[in-house]
Design a protein around this ligand. Structure first.
Ligand SMILES: Nc1ncnc2c1ncn2[C@@H]1O[C@H](COP(=O)(O)OP(=O)(O)O)[C@@H](O)[C@H]1O
Ligand SMILES: [Mg+2]
Length: 433
């Protein structure tokens, strides 16, 4: 029988970059399946190669069962390098004398236990499971090396968990695209964030083509978005809208007969400028319920915006197209009035964005606002994550467009007959504009 040779996996390019980084606190964070845990395993091997018996590693997870998973991964590969695992002690020793301990860190009390220890590398798998950074911060007291081994805390993390906000604040917001040293004020400590993407893991995508689709079915839209794209801004951190308020509809082909369809535009047309998007939401109104049937947002210049208004009008034939009556909305309104038959209504806005948003939340709370089921509509991720993160989200034009639409619908619901449609809308699918 031919002997099977074992090939130790080689790091992917982003893993290799992460391995080279010598920041004191390093987060390899982002998409689920982005090859982060494997990178943590490589980190251990690399640390042994560089420092031999002068290196000492502590691997931590918040919960025991999850720690077992990482131990299994390490056993599969490190044992091939001749490292010995002791299950009673939960540690590995390499032939060089290098030691790796696996332990639980659940809270600050646990962190106290490590105060007298000396580690040169601490790995926290899934740091996003910690609601506060304190247990991890306390570990700084357990890092030292008399032999001059540079100490590092290496964390893997997915966005969307209970630790989303502190990780984002420390590692993502100072340099959102990552790959940048972030000095910690008043210290010599530097932080660094490497964004992990599913595309970084070609093997996973090749061997498991349905992986992404399964993820899509496994959670609410904002979480799915956070997991797929590694987006630290997708998780709801706002306190105005709540995900559980949205009712769901399941089949876009069988919508109720709408008494009216209302489209609502929040416009801006300076192409390419940050935070300057136009957004349009399209709502179907029944006697007692309101359905979001489409949402679009994009950064476009005036001619493209006009085309988009026409396109979305022709697609849904709304009874009314609301356009916010501000500078950019006014010129659009004038143009459309002169050149098309689109029923446009300029809407004066009063109060600030937050006040307007708060004024429509009672509609959501009563469960009469329906959104498509998770995974059915491309735009749903954007829409629901923006609403749930408002007012902390990067964008708020869906919120503006929604406040404007629902405020109008609420006022008109009393004399809905004015808007009653003679024609039943939708002969085809509503998706895909
Ligand atoms: N460098 C690599 N070489 C081969 N396979 C890899 C490599 N990195 C990751 N993988 C594969 O991808 C899978 C998912 O990676 P993992 O590190 O567990 O993702 P994450 O922790 O980001 O969710 C692993 O189980 C492994 O099969
Ligand atoms: Mg992992």
């Amino acid at each position: 029988m031919a002997a099977t040779t074992f090939e130790f996996p080689t790091p992917y390019p982003k893993q290799a970059h992460t391995l080279k980084c010598n920041a004191h606190q390093l987060v390899y964070g982002g998409a689920r399946g982005g090859a982060k845990s494997f990178c943590a395993m490589f980190k251990i091997v690399q640390h042994e190669q560089l420092y031999g018996q002068n290196g000492k590693v502590l691997v931590l997870r918040r919960y025991y069962k999850d720690l077992q998973d990482f131990i299994l991964l390490c056993r599969r590969y490190l044992s091939k390098l001749g490292w010995a695992y002791r299950s009673g002690e939960k540690d590995f020793t390499a032939p060089s004398g290098f030691l790796v301990r696996f332990r639980i860190l659940e809270n600050e009390q646990d962190a106290e236990k490590y105060q007298g220890h000396e580690y040169t590398l601490i790995i926290v798998e899934e740091a996003g499971q910690y609601p506060k950074p304190e247990p991890i911060d306390l570990l700084n007291g357990a890092m030292r090396s008399a032999e001059g081994v540079p100490a590092q805390i290496f964390m893997t993390a997915n966005p969307g968990g209970v630790g989303n906000d502190w990780l984002r604040e420390r590692f993502v917001e100072p340099a959102p695209d990552g790959f940048t040293m972030i000095p910690v004020e008043g210290t010599k400590i530097r932080r660094y964030y490497v964004p992990a993407r599913i595309q970084d893991n070609p093997k996973l995508l090749d061997n498991d083509p349905e992986y992404v689709d399964r993820l899509k079915l496994s959670g609410p839209p904002h979480l799915v978005r956070a997991w797929l794209s590694g987006d630290w801004f997708a998780a709801p951190s706002g306190d105005v809208f709540r995900l559980e308020w949205f009712s769901k509809y399941y089949d876009p082909e069988y919508m109720p007969k709408f008494r009216a369809i209302i489209q609502s535009w929040d416009t801006a047309f300076k192409k390419g400028i940050k935070n300057d998007r136009s957004a349009c939401t399209t709502w179907g109104v029944t006697k007692n319920e309101i359905y979001l049937i489409h949402a679009w947002a994009g950064r476009v210049e005036f001619p493209a915006l006009k085309k988009q208004v026409e396109l979305l009008y022709n697609k849904f034939m709304p009874s009314m197209v609301l356009i916010e009556d501000k500078a950019s909305g006014q010129s659009l309104h004038q143009e459309m009035k002169a050149n098309t038959i689109i029923p446009i209504k300029p809407v004066k806005v009063d109060g600030d964005k937050l006040a307007r948003a708060y004024s429509i939340t009672p509609l959501f709370e009563t469960g009469i606002i329906f959104l498509p089921n998770s995974g059915d509509a491309e735009w749903l991720y954007d829409f629901s994550s923006e609403l749930c993160s408002f007012p902390k989200a990067k964008f708020d034009d869906y919120v503006d467009s929604t406040s404007q639409a629902l405020d109008y619908i609420r006022r008109l619901q009393k004399n809905m007959a004015r808007l009653e449609r003679k024609v039943v809308p939708f002969t085809g699918s509503v998706w895909g504009v």
